[in-house]
Design a protein around this ligand. Sequence first.
Ligand SMILES: C[S@@+](CC[C@H](N)C(=O)[O-])C[C@H]1O[C@@H](n2cnc3c(N)ncnc32)[C@H](O)[C@@H]1O
Length: 281
Amino acid sequence: MRERFDSEVLAALRSKPKYIPSKWLYAGDGAALFAEVTAQPEYYIAAAETCLLAEHSQDLTEGVGTLVDLGCCDRSPALVGNMTCYVAVDTNPRAIETARGAVSGLTTYGVQADLLDNFEVPGPGARLFALLGQTYGNFDEQSRCVLLRNVRSVMGDGDRLLIGVDLSEDGARIEAAYNDAAGASERFGLEILTTLGADPRSFDYVAKWDGRSRALRISLRAKHDEQVGGVVVAEGEAILIAESYRLSVAQLSAELKRAGLVLRRVESHTSGYALINAATL
Ligand SMILES: C[S@@+](CC[C@H](N)C(=O)[O-])C[C@H]1O[C@@H](n2cnc3c(N)ncnc32)[C@H](O)[C@@H]1O
């Protein structure tokens, strides 16, 4: 994966405008720094998901033997309950090991894979595929389509899919969630510069809500000319590092349908965060 990190990040930094695929933000110490973001009071997403999982995990996991955790989530252990198998799927080997270590008393597997590529998953019994933590919304429409088709292709009849997504449109609250007072989001966003050997002090972290496209965008803006991974970023130039889309239920339903899945139920939190239950058509 290191080779892939280098080639994908370099290609993205050489493109116009510059960007870094958000999956690489979790590399190095990124995953540990993101865990600090999820503990901030402004980051309502994690708290809402914890609440929904506590309330609905029994229904969601009934008859399920294996949890397939797509993009390892710290809250997945709440779903494991009486299952016999847990499969952690992520690009980041450290996230996989942490996730496997967080569950006990059942067989665990780790699959290092990109969800946008074809991948295989082991695990007996009916399986619940879970994509939690607003990870689905962090892909653009085209990538979401590829992702869902890939997941559908490894699901058997009777397997289910659970997606944690933010349906909220409260721009001020969304913006606050990615600009927490303790600076955890900023440290997480800037970490990719350290991973690439650049100086994070040379960049401003900018996280802004765009109501028209219903996306929260995070950029790193250079305070002066600076090299990142051997590429010059000019003073004032921005590197886009994340886009987090807020989708509607109708949009989700249509995207699931295009991938051969059907939306079964929506469990909503007062914040607007929701768990979407889907099944094979
Ligand atoms: C928003 S975080 C969610 C997990 C986080 N630990 C939590 O508890 O909320 C996204 C996770 O998905 C992984 N991820 C993102 N894009 C991915 C991709 N294309 N393929 C595989 N994993 C991916 C990241 O490495 C990260 O672990």
